[in-house]
Design a protein around this ligand. Structure first.
Ligand code: GAL
Length: 983
């Protein structure tokens, strides 16, 4: 575009024109006219195609489309066909040439119009038109008059419309929104590019005698228990009332010192209702007293070190994109609270204000992050990065100002973050300096400031376990600028992102938590990330799935990297969330059968354990034998206690146990009473201990049978085998079985596919693990049974696995077929193996699996915290986890017994000595590997069963550390003992 056009603002470094001063988000009894609803809409392909004169009152828009405000226009029409353009997903790369501040001529431009009439009476005074969020740049006209233009998609923008507004008669509002603008260079967050008026719009009366702004300061002194309140308001003179604190009609500036206030914290989000009154309006306030700061290298909240059990939250809804309902926001907060999460980083922009209100109310520590990321410059060596270009300074400062001013009254906000992945530069320093001056009562965060020149907290992302331990001990390498080293070495540390939750995983959460809980300098971390940004779509035949990058034909995109949340796009918790809940449980219980004690250690910050009720259960082989309550005197935050077992528990544990059975004690802590975020009985923490078991080796067979050869098969007890290949064909007369075969393959997980430092899945495919050949070396009947020796190897390789299947049956136990399998590597395998085990196929009418082992959820060696020993039942379909990109899932670990049964036909019972991993599915690993979306998976006419000695761990290598060495599955000799029995 030429500089001389009327749309110069679009490609200008300026944050906008004609804007009102930023101020706090507050409500008042002054009238508000909600302008959300249905607007007229037209989408132009770019500036050359915009509608001249569309802002005029008289413009006839009757032929235009309509659209919901707020909404993201690319989401309109979904899950069917989008009506206005399509979503685009990129992570780092800009989807347009790097040519700042210019953008391409093809620049989807939404033109919006609506009429409104002011309700009567509308007070004398000023009126503001407030947009809570418009992506990415817009110009506004009221009654044909240009009010100005704005940028900063996830920030509020206000225009003073007093002189343009018609008190009676219709008003016409016209807004032109551009998908791409100079601001797009500052908004390169890893997410869908979506456009439009995507947060609410309203007209706010600011009557004569109204406030301009308000800044609540509510400090808490933990040494005295005193709260100090002073409220700085501008505009008309105001009076302050806080009934509970005996403050009535007082000068807001105080300061008001009050003895014995209850401080605000994530665990006890105490808010005091207050009111500011001026001649023109009444403003309700919710005041939380608290103090956050760094002292002696520790982050203290109300005088005590705080440990963040956090998540990074983007705003997402699979149908509406970044337009969220109140229910969506509440659902997020409740799910977080129910999963022991106590902190949120609002990656990577300030959320809808309503979300912060919920954080204040329900209790979550918040790092409020500015709407800023210039990551795409990283791909060109940070050349021309706006963060260090003075022409952008005002825009950077404007963004920070608008966030801080809007959110400064939320007690939940304890840190301001300058943004994400915007490199280095003086503009970032300027943001920090302005913020420190404006609000010295909060901490400043920016992960990119690796020297910690101008931040208060040392922060990294995706540091591996070793590196974290090194930092915990203060042994990290020196800063880039050695002059800063001594300072940074004394600073508290957080992992602002870790444990990338993409697909199956993340693995290694418990090990991270151990480190966080071991080193005082480490103040916890924020899992990347909260929610998958999948978009709900329908296949042509109407089946639902979630779309990701590339599904809308984007020429440049980053696939399913946009789906890496602890909850699926529809907010169904994934196994990763369950694992996180357990890994970060704020109360640790240790059950010690030898000493007959139970230890309870609190990692709570503020409150004692009086809100918890402790219970114990005893189960024999998963059958409840007894339960009871445990009287645990309240344990203070950070303290521990040890109890001896109650008599009833000891008695049950001493009772005789059936031969071969296991006895387990479980102790759990649950809410004693309803909390606003979960009902009484909601489990917070638990622990298990074995009293006896697991079962020892399988007993020897009484009278082993000899195989009988007939018609090219061997009959052995309940089983029939192919005499040439040694393959099991049938069990118990009518159970058709294919296999079993040695299986080393799994459908790669996202972490296998994208492993930092070289995808593991690529190593696996290069090694030929996805194309194994089997050769029956020998089928040998003998007195004790049938031995089948098989060599398994990929084409072109000289390494192999040599497996001996030793089949046996027992005349004294006619239903039993026992397999003793040994497999061992021949030669050197070039990489760890996905799995070592066997796979077989059963008839498709198998529907249900009952098992005794770990459950109820899926687990892998490094994602095992959340599962417990017990007896579980699930339908075959319910055993699958619908990761957006189909991949290995659904493994049940340490299964001792399982029964696979169906509607009509016979089923199969499996007994392992001592245990094995089990997956059951209606498709093969190869099908899972091929599928791109969940709807590509079609049930076959068999049910596939994997029985494994183990699998490679999960890790979080898609962005972060790969599987830790102790969870790698190196090719090694393995023995499995499995009993099969038709049932
Ligand atoms: C980080 C980034 C996030 C996200 C994540 C990977 O580097 O800050 O926005 O891209 O990686 O999913």
């Amino acid at each position: 575009m030429s500089e001389s056009t009327a749309h110069h603002y679009l490609e200008s470094h300026s944050p906008g024109h004609g804007l009102a001063q930023p101020r706090a988000a507050f409500t008042s009894d002054a009238p508000v006219l909600d302008l959300t609803g249905t607007w007229r809409f037209r989408l132009a392909a770019g500036l050359a195609q915009v509608t001249e004169g569309f802002e005029a009152d008289a413009f006839d828009d009757s032929g235009w489309d309509t659209i919901a405000v707020p909404s993201c226009w690319q989401m309109d029409g979904l899950p069917g066909e989008p009506r206005f353009g399509t979503p685009t997903y990129t992570n780092q790369i800009y989807p347009f040439p790097i040519d700042p501040p210019h953008v391409p001529d093809t620049n989807p431009t939404g033109e919006y119009r609506r009429e409104f009439t002011l309700p009567a009476p509308w007070p004398a005074g000023r009126t503001l038109l407030r947009f809570e969020g418009v992506d990415s740049c817009f110009a506004v006209w009221l009654n044909g008059t240009l009010l100005g233009d704005g940028k900063g998609s996830r920030l509020p923008t206000e225009f003073d419309v007093t002189d343009t507004l018609r008190a009676d008669g219709p008003n016409t509002l016209a807004v032109r929104v551009h998908q791409w603008s100079a601001a797009s260079y500052l908004e390169d967050q890893d997410m869908w590019w979506l456009s439009g008026i995507f947060r609410p719009v309203a007209l706010l009366s600011r009557p004569d005698g109204a406030l301009t702004d308000v800044f609540v300061h509510a400090d808490y002194d933990h040494l005295t228990g005193h709260g100090t309140l002073w409220v700085h308001s501008t505009g008309a003179p105001a009076r302050l009332t806080v009934p509970e604190l005996g403050i009535t009609d007082a000068d807001p500036a105080g300061p008001h010192t009050v003895a014995g206030v209850t401080p605000w914290s994530a665990e006890q989000p105490r808010l005091y209702e207050a009111e500011l009154v001026t001649d023109g309006e009444r403003i309700p306030l919710r005041i939380g007293f608290r103090r956050i700061g760094v002292q002696d290298g520790l982050i203290l909240a109300n005088g005590r070190p705080v440990l963040f059990r956090g998540v990074n939250r983007h705003e997402w809804n699979p149908d509406t994109g970044r337009t969220l309902s109140h229910e969506d926001m509440l659902a997020d907060v409740l799910l977080m609270k129910r999963h022991n999460i106590n902190a949120v980083r609002t990656s990577h922009y300030p959320p809808d204000s309503a979300f912060l209100e919920l954080c204040d109310e329900y209790g979550l520590w918040v790092i409020d992050e500015c709407d800023l990321e210039t990551h795409g410059f990283g791909l060109i060596g940070w050349a021309g990065n706006p963060s260090d270009d003075p022409r952008w300074r005002e825009s950077f400062l404007d963004r920070m100002r608008r966030m801080v001013e809007r959110d400064k009254n939320h007690p939940s906000v304890v840190m301001w973050s300058l943004g994400n992945e915007a490199g280095h530069g003086s503009n970032l320093r300027a943001m920090a300096e302005w913020t420190r001056e404006r609000d010295p009562e909060r901490l400043i965060h920016y992960e990119g400031d690796d020297n910690c020149d101008y931040v208060d907290v040392y922060s990294q992302m995706y540091t591996d376990h070793n590196g974290l331990g090194v930092i915990g001990r203060g042994h990290e390498s020196v800063t880039r600028d050695p002059a800063q080293d001594a300072r940074r070495r004394t600073m508290p540390f957080i992992l602002c992102e870790y444990a990338h939750a993409m697909g199956n995983g993340p693995g290694g959460l418990s090990e991270y938590q151990d480190l966080f809980e071991s080193y005082p300098r480490l103040h916890g971390g924020f899992v990347w990330e909260w929610i998958d940004h999948g978009i709900r779509r329908l296949t042509p035949d109407g089946r639902e799935h979630f779309a990701y990058g590339g599904d809308f034909g984007e020429p440049v995109h980053d696939d399913n990297f946009v789906c890496d949340g602890l909850v699926f796009a529809d907010r169904t918790p994934s196994p990763g969330l369950t694992e996180y809940k357990k890994a970060v449980e704020p109360v640790r219980i240790t059950v010690d059968p030898a000493g007959g004690t139970i230890r309870v250690r609190s990692h709570l910050h503020t409150i004692d354990t009086a809100h918890l009720r402790f219970r114990w259960t005893v189960e024999d082989q998963g059958r409840l034998q007894g339960d009871g309550e445990l009287a645990v005197p309240p344990v203070a935050a950070g303290a521990a206690t040890e109890l001896t077992w109650p008599e009833a528990l000891t008695k049950l544990c001493d009772a005789p146990l059936e031969e071969g059975e296991e006895r387990w004690v479980t102790v759990s802590a649950e809410l004693a009473e309803d909390e606003p975020w979960a009902p009484a009985g909601h489990e917070i923490a638990w622990s298990q201990a074995a009293i006896a078991g697991p079962a020892p080796e399988a007993p020897p067979l009484g009278s082993p049978l000899t195989p009988l050869l007939a018609d090219g098969t061997y009959a052995l007890g309940p089983a029939v085998f192919d005499a040439v290949t040694g393959t099991l064909l049938r069990l118990g007369g009518d159970l058709d079985v294919d296999g079993p075969r040695l299986d080393l393959w799994r459908a790669p997980t996202d972490n296998d596919l994208r492993t930092w430092g070289g995808p593991l899945a690529e190593a696996w495919r290069n090694a030929g693990l996805d194309r194994l050949e089997h050769r029956a070396v020998r089928v040998r009947p003998h007195d004790g049974g049938l031995d089948v020796t098989v060599r398994t190897a990929p084409a072109g390789a000289d390494y192999a696995m040599r497996t001996v299947f030793r089949w046996a049956a027992d005349a004294e136990d006619p239903g039993l077929l026992r397999l003793s399998l040994t497999t061992e590597p021949v030669g050197t395998w070039p990489c760890p193996l996905p799995r070592i085990g066997i796979r077989l196929a059963l008839p498709q009418d198998i529907e249900t699996v009952d098992w005794f082992g770990l459950g109820p959820g899926e687990a892998y060696s490094d994602t095992t915290a959340a599962v417990r020993v017990g007896r579980f039942t699930a339908g075959v379909d319910d055993l699958q986890t619908p990761y957006v990109l189909p991949q290995e899932n659904g493994n049940r670990r340490q299964v001792r017994h399982a029964r696979l049964t169906g509607g009509q036909g016979s089923g199969l019972a499996v007994t392992a000595s001592p245990h094995l991993d089990l997956t059951v599915r209606r498709w093969t690993s190869e099908d899972l590997d091929q599928a791109r979306h969940t709807t590509d998976l079609r049930p076959r006419d068999r049910v596939y069963v994997n029985l494994d000695a183990g699998q490679q761990g999960i890790g979080s290598g898609a962005c972060g550390p790969a599987t830790q060495p102790q969870h790698e599955l190196i090719a090694r000799p393995v023995t499995l003992t499995i009993g099969f029995r038709p049932c």
